[in-house]
Design a protein around this ligand. Structure first.
Ligand code: ZN
Length: 317
């Protein structure tokens, strides 16, 4: 992890709290929790662009520096890139943060744990090995300073069991209670005044979206990245989308944010290969699962799709 002084201008350490006046100026606020630089580009970039343009203060918390990311773009696979990958990944994040429109981005300050069963898993500074309460205390401090009404986090990631993603899932459940709990303390750190978030969502890579992309690849005679999964999926797959945000107008933001992660995204990959107008036609949504809710709205009926993350949110204070 780079020293705070070396961070790009839009990227802050967890110790650098925002100006309270900037937070007060936004009546609706959203915070996205992610594991690595580039996760914010593959999950919810259009959502953030849309809400930012409608006056919502959107902030990002990225748990790790992504130091273990493989260089997936052959053009970037050079010794000088490999040597400075930690710095380059934060510069990529800086660009993506600007493209999506995040008002502020924070690093939780941990090291990428690497893929399951890799050597990086064993490092004591790997995110997956740190004391969950220490990571939670850093996040509590940020949440209490940014006061988000809505938090976006991860589900249990049974399809992609990356240790850092699973940690973000655990942190999301913990922060839901700890942010507003005056009795939560850690190592004497001043964590600020309790703040109670009203909704917790999980980003959801839906079956509908996977099948739509799969079928479009097959229609074009391209090898589908999801062929194995679609052909072998159980007949009953749980696809519990509660919420869809129409991001059809923001496909360009999604693409630009992904391209900003130039070491991580192969220009020929399934992320970029289909044109934006085709993606807009086949699935113009970011999908979410409403995981926790304090708004007082009736529980989800299992059918009606919510179209606004702030539905039912009381935006005072
Ligand atoms: Zn990740």
């Amino acid at each position: 992890m780079l020293e705070t002084a070396a961070l790009p201008p839009r990227i802050h350490s967890w110790e650098q709290l925002p100006d309270p006046a900037d937070v007060d100026a936004a009546p609706r606020r959203l915070m996205a929790l992610h594991a690595h630089p580039d996760d914010e580009a593959s999950k919810g970039p259009g959502t953030v662009a849309m809400y930012t343009r409608s006056g919502v203060r959107c902030t990002l918390v990225t748990a790790t520096g992504g130091e273990e990311g493989d260089i997936l773009n052959a053009e970037m696979d050079k010794p000088e890139v490999v040597e400075h990958l930690d710095r380059i990944r934060l510069e990529e994040l800086e660009d993506s943060v600007e493209i999506c429109g995040y008002a502020a981005a924070y690093l939780l300050g941990y090291r990428d744990s690497g893929m399951p069963d890799s050597d990086a898993n064993a490092r004591p500074d790997a995110f997956a090995n740190v004391d969950l309460n220490e990571a939670l205390a850093r996040l509590v401090r940020l949440v209490r300073a940014e006061r988000p009404h809505v938090i976006l986090g991860y589900d249990d990631h049974h399809f992609y069991p990356h240790p850092d993603h699973i940690m973000v899932y655990r942190l999301g459940l913990e922060i839901w209670d700890a942010a507003g709990d005056p009795d939560f303390t850690y190592a004497g750190i001043d964590l600020g005044e309790p703040w109670v978030p009203q909704k917790l969502y999980w980003f959801h890579w839906s079956l509908k979206r996977i099948v739509a992309i799969h079928e479009e690849f097959e229609r074009r005679g391209w090898e589908s990245p999801f062929a194995h999964w679609v052909e072998n999926r159980p007949s009953e797959v749980d696809d519990p989308i509660t919420t869809q945000i129409d991001v059809g107008e923001y496909m360009d933001v999604r693409r630009a944010a992904l391209v900003a992660h130039r070491t991580q995204v192969d220009p020929q990959s399934m992320w970029l290969r289909l044109p934006d107008d085709v993606l807009r036609d086949i699935h113009p949504y970011d999908d979410y699962v409403l995981a926790r809710d304090r708004t007082g709205l009736p529980p989800w009926d299992g059918r009606t799709i919510e179209t606004d993350l702030f539905a039912g949110v009381r935006a005072a204070s």
